[in-house]
Write a protein that binds this ligand. Structure first.
Ligand SMILES: *Cc1c(COP(=O)(O)O)cnc(C)c1O
Length: 505
């Protein structure tokens, strides 16, 4: 017999709020209504009023509510609790100061339809952020409109298409192939496809770099519109041949799109514009201090060369004779991709992030992000298989090859990490690495926490040798263990229903 759960752990066995309900219990009391109720009946038509008596709403006290939600909040892992070593998605601590800036009432309460004259300060924020991002990427044309990385990708790819149409006229329809490396993030082919391109895959070499011969081969057909490249790529390596890669694509009449989601490895040190890249998106919610995850608002600015600038979305925020203005007069623009000017709160956070770091601070953050990844690479090489030997940039990939001999796989290792108090790393991505574990510590962990993480991973490697079953059945310290993830996705139960009272009761 199992022990009744409710007695084992108050916090972990919290019931549903509905199950805490007791008839008549209430968190507040309002004074009796001292006005006539009839006019309300007349004011709100009966078809807009509910006709039940709020049946099923939990009846609970204030401490019931506070404790319930506080307890369930402790089941969630979050960036303020500890390290979040996801690879590819930079998940770093976001400074409270930037949150504060985003809440400044004059900005937060500004109506998006406010006149240009009344919104000069906000337009200046947008303009100034554009200038900084232009300096950081080496690409002068910028739109802050896109609301996510994938949205920025699509904007960039649409710009490439519009540019080719303007340059080649009718002949442009023959250039509809977008080249994408096999290590790429899944959003890249999706963006290319949505913008009317056919995707062809570029092989990676065994060292994890883009295969130049394969690229030359694909470019020789004359139908290439461009290449979408992530640098550092999704195995965490800097594409050493980036200049040559850009030259090959340009010589074939195509353009180079860079997925800038991994900018955390480059800011202040290397500029895509200097490498030959034509257009890039940034993820403000990865590199530039916006809380990331949970589907909250994001921002994926699109930055491009002077040549591509006329095709950027409208409106553009520009500097006029007497202040800043919103410019719709861009006849070659691909049009609008987002209401108003993008997610302005993210622009404020990003500008605060850039200004509080300053030039040196941004360089230091990049150095620390790369150093931390390298410390992990060094620390785990004796216990885990590393498929690529080059020093990693901001993220490093390992595999479960050694643990696999004992029947312990990547999923098991990730689940066991939860027992050690860490959020799991990215698993089974990139797809080209079998049993991949992609780890990105970011700059926002100190030496001590990095060491704890390394020790946890090494302890798991030992367990995999000595007690594989312990790892295979992890996690052991959470409210629930392994979910039936397919059932959870396919047959989600989204609504609580009171238990049917049995007829005999
Ligand atoms: C996160 C990410 C994206 C997509 O960004 P979203 O904001 O999630 O749409 C694209 N490419 C890479 C490499 C990423 O890491």
């Amino acid at each position: 017999m199992t022990t009744p759960k409710a007695t084992t752990h108050v916090t972990q066995n919290e019931a549903l709020i509905f199950e805490r309900s007791q008839t008549g219990r209430c968190g507040y009391r309002l004074p009796a209504l001292d006005v006539d109720e009839t006019p309300i009946d007349e004011l709100i038509p009966s078809n807009l009023r509910r006709d039940d008596d709020l049946a099923g709403v939990p009846e609970v006290s204030e401490p019931d509510v506070v404790r319930h939600f506080t307890r369930i909040s402790t089941w969630n892992y979050n960036i303020d609790l500890g390290m979040y070593p996801l690879g590819s998605c930079t998940m770093k601590y976001n400074s409270r100061l930037n949150e504060r800036v985003a809440r400044i009432a004059g900005f937060a309460n500004l109506h998006p339809l406010a006149s240009e004259r009344d919104a000069q300060g906000a337009l200046e924020v947008i303009y100034e952020l554009q200038q900084h991002l232009a300096e950081i990427t080496g690409l002068p044309g910028i739109s802050l409109q896109p609301a996510a990385g994938a949205h920025g990708e699509m904007t960039g790819v649409m710009i490439i298409r519009a540019y080719l149409d303007a340059r080649d006229g009718e002949a442009s329809s023959k250039r509809r192939v977008m080249l994408i490396p096999d290590s790429a993030h899944g959003t890249n082919p999706a963006s290319a496809h949505l913008s009317g391109f056919t995707v062809k895959t570029v092989r990676s070499t065994p060292e994890g770099q883009t295969d130049l011969d394969a690229l030359r081969d694909l470019c020789s057909a004359g139908d290439v519109a461009g290449l979408m490249l992530t640098n550092p790529n999704t195995v965490g390596l800097f594409e050493k041949n980036i200049r040559e890669i850009c030259r090959i694509v340009h010589d074939a009449g195509g353009l180079v799109y860079m997925d800038g989601a991994n900018m955390n490895a480059l800011v202040g040190w290397a500029r895509p514009g200097d490498m030959g890249v034509d257009v890039i998106h940034l993820n403000l919610h990865k590199t530039f201090s916006t809380p990331h995850g949970g589907g909250g608002p994001g921002s994926g600015p699109c930055c491009c060369t002077k040549e591509l600038e006329p095709f950027l979305p409208v409106p553009r925020v520009v500097r006029g004779g007497d202040g800043f203005k919103v410019d719709y007069d861009q006849p070659e623009s691909i049009g609008r991709v987002k209401a108003f000017y993008g997610n302005f709160g993210m622009h404020l956070r990003a500008l605060a992030y850039i200004l509080t770091h300053g030039r040196d601070g941004l360089r230091e953050a990049t150095e620390a992000a790369v150093l931390n990844a390298r410390v992990i690479a060094e620390g785990l090489t004796s216990d885990y298989e590393r498929p690529f030997s080059d020093p990693p940039m901001h993220e490093v990939v390992f595999t479960d090859k050694r643990q696999g001999r004992k029947g312990v796989n990547t999923l098991d290792i990730a689940k066991r990490l939860i027992d050690y108090g860490f959020h799991p790393m990215t698993i089974y991505f990139p797809l080209i690495v079998q049993g991949a574990m992609l780890i990105e510590p970011t700059e926002s962990v100190g030496r001590q926490e990095i060491q704890q993480f390394v020790e946890a991973m090494r302890a798991i490697a030992r367990e995999a040798q000595e007690d594989p079953e312990l790892v295979r059945t992890a996690p052991h310290t959470t409210k629930i263990g392994r979910l039936d993830e397919a059932a959870a996705a396919r047959k989600p139960i989204l609504r609580w229903k009171p238990e049917e009272k049995s007829a005999t009761a």
